[in-house]
Design a protein around this ligand. Structure first.
Ligand SMILES: [Ca+2]
Length: 579
């Protein structure tokens, strides 16, 4: 039975039945900024491909570049405009590609440089863009630069990494590794310590050495010269550290990435020199002219630090940075109230021309559907949210079919983070919000029901097990045939987003005074308006509307216009056009 409610602001005595927004502008939007979203990257939608798990084209159980090329039509038909491909560089694979040993090559298991060039051509031929993943902070310890740097204190690359003498037999200071543990590691060869912000086999480059910077800018230019459209930048916040090597301050709490610690890594993260470096890198990228190439940062820190990384008010640093406020989505966060607070905050701190980049999942986090404890209705609400809210949506492969995590016992884990936390038993891991085994969210893409889910040929052993239980229903073929599938909802939403400039280029105004379970916002562009209403509650609801609307999209068949208003099914969203 539908609960009948009215939009309160239209019903209070003395208030005319008009748009709640124009009568009662929220403090956030009382001075709407002019629409300046004009570059492709401000309007685009991003789809992250973890290449090892996307599609295996040659039957060795490992996804590859030709596999991506083979499924470009799928991505174009889905409606995504930009693909971001996680690393495919030569690597000893201690961190599955985020430990690079050759920045200008393609690892043989992923293909050849010719395969990469074909992938780029075919992507561009479909009017799409391709972002590569770039790890500037650290290399693999197998990279020839590090091998040389470690060999002696007076070799030509001795100062290419961050080397320090210890304090007696102790490390130089209390800097940490972001996934946990100590940041410094002792080298017997040099009888010195080197810094690693991530894992021990990923030594940090010394960006205060001009030769390092030059070498890495050359890498960036190499790929831009090949025609890539930009980079997703791995842990960009940590590139420049305190030049005096001061200790991190004592400050117990949850720090970068939600990891608990006694010391805040403020000497290692978001140094002002990192903000300057973001601007300098943007200039390097600008050398390549139009259409603009872009920088998308994986960063951690406060909103003010985000703004600084973006280059301040002029946005001449990184083009975009990921927003990780939906990293965990614990139960109290799966509410209209929480989503409203996040949107309000980012509208205040990142008005146009900044574009928020909301993400629900990636190769490091638990999968969205698992965060939601398999709540399919809520997954549909969040799909409507992500594709209609102001910003650049980023979808992790498989999110569009509702793929779930696969439990991989720690004894069989390939992820080095799992090995780092080997002492944490599996039953505790299942309960923790942080993801201590990234194998579970990196299992192969599920293309069809059946052996290996179409990821690799039957009889082949995929590099990570296929999530067979999930693949029975969460697979592309089954969902393409079902008009009510999550996949077809994503497709409809991406289509709607492309057609309506309000969604990809418009400003946003939150609707105030809605029932507690409903999040609502208008999207405005050149005098046209769309209204998005999202019902997070497990019961349907009717809302009176003060104007005449047409229904562009409802995420459930029971969503419909009723006389004077709209009915939202339980856990559903609608996109309405103001007549
Ligand atoms: Ca392969």
């Amino acid at each position: 039975m539908a609960e009948k409610l009215e939009v309160p602001v239209t019903e209070r005595p003395g208030m005319a039945a008009a748009s709640p927004v124009t009568r009662h502008p929220s403090p956030v939007t009382s001075h709407p900024s002019p629409v300046t979203s004009s570059s492709w990257w401000q309007r685009t939608t991003i789809y992250q491909i973890y290449p090892r798990s996307f599609l295996d084209s040659n039957g060795d159980g490992i996804g590859d570049l030709n596999g991506i090329t083979a499924r470009l039509d799928y991505l174009r038909d889905l409606g995504v405009e930009t693909i971001w491909v996680s690393p495919f560089y030569p690597s000893p694979l201690a961190d599955h590609g985020y430990d690079i040993s050759d920045y200008c090559g393609v690892a043989p298991e992923y293909g050849t440089m010719a395969d990469l060039e074909r992938l780029l051509d075919e992507t561009h031929r479909r009017g799409m863009k391709l972002l590569m993943d770039m790890v500037l902070n650290h290399t693999s310890d197998q990279h020839p630069w590090f091998v040389e740097s470690r060999s002696s204190r007076d070799n030509p690359k001795a100062d290419w990494y961050i080397w320090r003498d210890g304090k007696g037999d102790k490390p130089p200071n209390n800097w940490i590794a972001l996934p946990g543990g100590r940041g410094w590691h002792y080298s017997r060869e040099r009888r010195q310590w080197y810094m690693a912000s991530f894992l021990p086999f990923q030594p940090d480059l010394n960006w205060r050495n001009p030769e390092v910077k030059q070498a890495m800018w050359d890498v960036v230019r190499f790929w831009l010269g090949k025609g890539v459209d930009g980079f997703r930048l791995d842990i960009f916040s940590s590139i420049m550290k305190d030049a005096r090597f001061a200790d991190n301050p004592f400050s117990p709490g949850l720090h970068a990435g939600g990891i608990p610690g006694l010391y805040k890594p403020s000497m290692q993260l978001n140094h002002p020199d990192t903000f300057a470096l973001a601007r300098e890198l943007r200039q390097v990228v600008r050398e390549f002219g139009e259409p603009e190439r872009i920088l998308l940062g994986e960063v951690f820190g406060s909103k003010e630090e985000h703004r600084q990384l973006l280059g301040g008010a002029t946005n001449d640093g990184l083009n975009l940075v990921f927003i990780f406020d939906f990293h965990f989505l614990r139960r109290p966060q799966r509410t209209a109230r929480f989503f409203r607070s996040v949107v309000r905050s980012f509208e205040r701190h990142f008005p146009p021309p900044f574009q928020p980049t909301y993400v629900f999942g990636n190769h490091d986090q638990r999968r969205l559907m698992s965060k939601l404890e398999n709540d399919a209705g809520l997954a549909r609400v969040l799909a409507v949210f992500q594709m209609t809210v102001r910003g650049v949506p980023t979808v992790y492969m498989g999110e569009e079919i509702g793929m779930t995590d696969l439990f991989v016992p720690k004894e069989r884990a390939q992820d080095p983070v799992s090995k780092l936390y080997d002492w944490v038993p599996d039953w505790v891991r299942g309960w923790l919000p942080v993801n201590l085994n990234r194998d579970q969210n990196r299992t192969p893409m599920q293309w069809e029901d059946g052996e290996n889910a179409g990821f690799c040929p039957p009889g082949t052993t995929p590099w990570l097990p296929v999530n067979e239980a999930s693949a029975r229903t969460a697979n592309v073929v089954a969902q393409q045939e079902d008009p009510r599938s999550l996949l077809n909802l994503y497709r409809s939403l991406l289509g709607l987003r492309r057609e309506h400039a309000e969604l990809h280029s418009g400003t946003l105004t939150l609707v105030e005074g809605l029932p507690e379970s409903v999040l609502g916002y208008f999207r405005h562009f050149e005098g046209r308006r769309l209204l998005v209403l999202l019902n997070f509650a497990p019961a349907s609801i009717e809302l009176r509307l003060p104007e005449s609307y047409s229904l562009l999209l409802g995420s459930a068949p029971e969503c419909e216009l009723v006389p004077g208003g709209v009915r939202l099914a339980a856990k559903s969203g609608v996109v309405l056009q103001v007549q």
